[in-house]
Ligand binder design. Structure first.
Ligand code: SF4
Ligand code: SF4
Length: 95
């Protein structure tokens, strides 16, 4: 089963308050120069939360599956991440 098919089995209850953000866009610029494109956070995210628009990182936080991989992969600890508030965010459709 492909990742996209797995993601289809999830349900999302959107938290209007983003549970993840980037601390400093200048650090992401530096990261792009050092690590190239796609940057580490884009590479590891299974849910395509991060995209690079050529100048900055764009976050589709509502698609996050809360795996935490981006926090570990970012070489600059530039991601602020917490779980969505209780009852919001991702839930499994089958248990
Ligand atoms: S890995 Fe970290 S520093 Fe690099 S682009 Fe992603 S958030 Fe920015
Ligand atoms: S926690 Fe996982 S799914 Fe969410 S943004 Fe980070 S890598 Fe992507």
């Amino acid at each position: 089963m492909r990742v996209e098919e797995k993601l289809y089995t999830l349900r999302y209850k959107r938290d209007e308050r983003p549970h993840l953000s980037v601390k400093d866009n200048a650090t992401c610029q530096k990261c792009k120069e050092v690590n190239g494109e796609p940057q580490p956070c884009i590479l590891v995210c299974p849910a395509n939360v991060y995209t690079w628009d050529g100048r900055r990182l764009v976050l589709s936080y509502e698609n996050c599956v809360e795996c935490g991989a981006c926090r570990i992969a970012c070489p600059y600890q530039n991601i602020v991440w917490s779980f969505p508030r209780y009852g919001l965010g991702m839930s499994l459709r089958y248990g």
